[in-house]
Design a protein around this ligand. Structure first.
Ligand SMILES: Nc1ncnc2c1ncn2[C@@H]1O[C@H](COP(=O)(O)OP(=O)(O)OP(=O)(O)O)[C@@H](O)[C@H]1O
Ligand SMILES: [Mg+2]
Length: 513
C-alpha cells in the first residue's frame, strides 16, 4: 500500500486490501450514499490517509463532526471494540489511534482562522451567482468591475462595492454613453442583495488579508500533509455563500498553481461536501465552467472529491470525470430511487462475484461499493469494501482542544486582524468630499465677484464642455482624479489585488464573461 491510500478490505471476507492509488488521486473522485451510511467517516479516513502520504487536504465540515481529526481516537471510546474488530477483519494490522495536523478555518472567524478574499478576486461572475442577480443586474455589476479596473479603484470589501455602485448610480447618465442605459432600479436591486449578503455574514468573507493558497498546502515537520478544515455548520445556513466560496477557492487554485502534469501524488486534495448545492438551479454556463475547472485542475496536481447523497445530484459531464468512487448504500424505496440506483450501477465495471446494483442497495453502514483507477488510469473492477475505521477521534473535538489547535497553528495571528487599506470606498468618499468643498469654494468666490465678472465667467463656462449643471461637476472631478489615481494606484498595489490585474486563464473563465 506504499503508493496508495488504504481505504479498507474487499474480496472474499473483506480480506483483500483496497487502496486509492496516489498517482491517480488527481483524477478526482466521488463519495456518495444515503444519510447515515458512512460518508463522513470515509471522508475522515481519506483525509487521514492523504495526510500520512504527505498530501495536504482541504475539506469542509458541514455538520461539525469532522473536527475530531485533530485529536486521537481513544480506547475508552464506546466504539473502540467495534473499530478494532473491523480493523482485524480487513487485515489492518498496524491500526492505532493518532491525531493529525489540522488547520481550522472559518469564514465567520469563530471556529478557526478567518478566511477571506477580496471582491475583486471573487469577480463579477461568481459574485452575480452569489447575489442571485438577474441578467440585467449582472450586466451592471460587470460595468462596475470594468470601471473599478479602469479608474484604479481597488474593490476589497463589500463597502467598496457598495460605494462604487452608488457612484455608478449617480453617474449613470455619463456612463450610458459608453455602456448603455443603466437603470436605477437595477442598481438598487444589487444594493439590496448586498445588504442581504451582509446580514448573512458575507461581509466577513471580503477584505484583507486575503487567504494565501500556500497556507492550505502545508506539510508538518514529519512530512504529513496538513488537513484544512473549514467550519461550515453555520455557513450552511447560506448555502449559496458556502458553494460560491468553495467554487472560488477551486478557481483560485486553478489560476495560481503551476502546471505539474501527472505527479506521483497530488499537491492538494479538495473535498467538496454537499456538492449538490453547487449545481442547484445553476445556469448551464456555470456548470460548464465547473466542468472545465475540474478537467483542467488535474494537471495542477489537485484532486477534487465530490461528496453527495446521490450521484444523480452531479451533472453527467462532471460525474464522468470522477475516477475514484466510493459509493455507500442508496435507498430503493420508490421507482425513481430504483431507477437512479440502476443508473449509478451502470457506471461501474462489473465484478463477476456480485451484481453491482444489488450491492449498492445492500452494503451496510461503513461499507461501500468501490472502484478506483488502476494502471494507466483504467477504472478498476467494482468491489464491496468494508471501509477502515478512523485513527483520529470520531465526532467533534472539544472546544478547548480546538482553541489550542488554532492558537498553535502555523498561521496563528496572520489572518486574525482585518486590514482596511485605502480602497474604492475611501477613494470615492474623499473624491466626493473634495468635490463638495471645491464647489463651496467656487460659490463663495463667485459671490465675492462683481456682477459683470460673474456674468463673463458664466458665459465662458457655457461655451466650454459644460452640458448640464449636474454633469459638469463630475466630469471635472473625474479628469484630475483619473490621472492622480493612476499613479497612486500603481504604488498602492500590493498583495493579492494587484496580482489580480494580470489575470490568468481563469480570468476568462470566471472573472470575465
Ligand atoms: N468506516 C467506518 N468504520 C467504523 N464505523 C463506521 C465507519 N463508517 C461509518 N461508521 C459508523 O456509522 C456512523 C455513521 O456514519 P457517518 O456519520 O459517516 O454517516 P454519513 O453518511 O456521513 O451520514 P450523514 O449523511 O448523516 O452525514 C458513524 O458514526 C460510525 O459509528
Ligand atoms: Mg456525514
Amino acid at each position: 500500500m506504499e503508493d496508495s491510500v488504504f481505504i479498507g478490505g474487499g474480496g472474499e471476507n473483506y480480506a483483500v486490501k483496497q487502496g486509492l492509488t496516489l498517482k491517480y488521486a488527481n483524477r478526482h473522485g466521488l463519495v456518495a450514499g444515503a444519510t447515515g451510511t458512512g460518508k463522513s467517516v470515509t471522508l475522515q479516513i481519506l483525509a487521514e490517509g492523504f495526510s500520512k502520504a504527505g498530501v495536504p487536504v482541504f475539506l469542509s465540515d458541514v455538520k461539525g463532526d469532522l473536527s475530531g481529526i485533530a485529536a486521537a481516537g481513544s480506547k475508552t471510546f464506546k466504539l473502540h471494540q467495534a473499530f478494532s474488530d473491523r480493523a482485524a477483519k480487513i487485515g489492518f494490522d498496524d491500526y492505532g489511534y493518532e491525531a493529525f495536523p489540522v488547520t481550522f478555518w472559518d469564514l465567520l472567524g469563530e471556529q478557526g482562522h478567518p478566511v477571506r478574499t477580496t471582491v475583486a478576486e471573487m469577480g463579477p461572475l461568481l459574485l452575480a451567482r452569489l447575489l442571485e442577480l438577474s441578467e440585467a443586474q449582472e450586466g451592471i455589476l460587470n460595468i462596475a468591475f470594468r470601471l473599478a479596473d479602469e479608474q484604479g479603484l481597488p474593490l476589497l470589501d463589500l463597502k467598496d462595492l457598495q460605494a462604487l455602485l452608488v457612484w455608478v448610480g449617480e453617474n449613470r447618465k455619463d456612463l450610458a454613453l459608453r455602456y448603455g442605459a443603466i437603470s436605477v432600479a437595477s442598481v438598487g436591486a444589487i444594493q439590496r442583495r448586498l445588504l442581504i449578503l451582509e446580514n448573512q455574514g458575507g461581509a466577513k468573507l471580503f477584505g484583507e488579508p486575503a487567504l494565501e493558497l500556500t497556507d492550505i498546502m502545508m506539510t508538518d515537520a514529519d512530512g504529513r500533509g496538513r488537513i484544512n478544515i473549514l467550519a461550515a455548520d453555520k455557513l450552511m445556513g447560506s448555502p449559496r455563500l458556502y458553494a460560491t466560496f468553495l467554487l472560488w477557492l477551486l478557481s483560485e487554485l486553478f489560476e495560481e498553481l503551476p502546471e505539474v502534469g501527472d505527479p506521483d501524488k497530488p499537491k492538494l486534495v479538495f473535498f467538496f461536501d454537499e456538492a449538490h448545492l453547487l449545481f442547484e438551479d445553476a445556469p448551464k454556463a456555470l456548470v460548464d465552467k465547473v466542468e472545465q475547472v475540474a478537467r483542467l485542475i488535474r494537471s495542477k496536481g489537485v484532486g477534487v472529491y465530490f461528496i453527495s447523497q446521490n450521484p444523480s445530484d452531479i451533472p453527467e459531464d462532471i460525474l464522468g470525470q470522477l475516477g475514484n468512487r466510493i459509493q455507500h448504500a442508496l435507498r430503493a424505496f420508490t421507482a425513481r430511487d430504483r431507477k437512479q440506483l440502476r443508473l449509478a450501477a451502470e457506471t461501474y465495471r462489473d465484478n463477476p462475484r456480485f451484481s453491482t446494483e444489488d450491492a449498492i442497495r445492500e452494503v451496510g453502514v461503513g461499507e461501500a461499493v468501490t472502484s478506483m483507477l488502476m494502471k494507466k488510469g483504467v477504472p478498476g473492477i467494482v468491489e464491496r469494501t468494508l471501509i477502515r475505521p478512523p485513527s483520529s477521534k470520531l465526532g467533534p473535538i472539544d472546544p478547548s482542544d480546538r482553541k489550542q489547535v488554532i492558537n498553535t497553528s502555523p498561521v496563528a495571528g496572520k489572518y486574525e486582524t482585518l486590514k482596511d487599506r485605502r480602497s474604492a470606498y475611501e477613494i470615492l468618499k474623499q473624491r466626493a468630499e473634495k468635490a463638495a468643498s471645491d464647489a463651496e469654494a467656487l460659490e463663495a468666490q463667485e459671490e465675492d465677484m462683481p456682477a459683470h465678472e460673474r456674468e463673463f465667467n458664466a458665459g465662458r463656462r457655457y461655451s466650454g464642455t459644460r452640458v448640464t449643471r449636474s454633469t459638469s461637476r463630475t466630469t471635472r472631478k473625474q479628469d484630475s482624479f483619473g490621472e492622480a489615481m493612476g499613479k497612486m494606484f500603481m504604488k498602492e498595489l500590493s498583495g493579492t489585488t494587484g496580482r489580480k490585474l494580470v489575470r490568468g486563464i481563469l480570468g476568462s473563465l470566471f472573472k470575465g464573461r
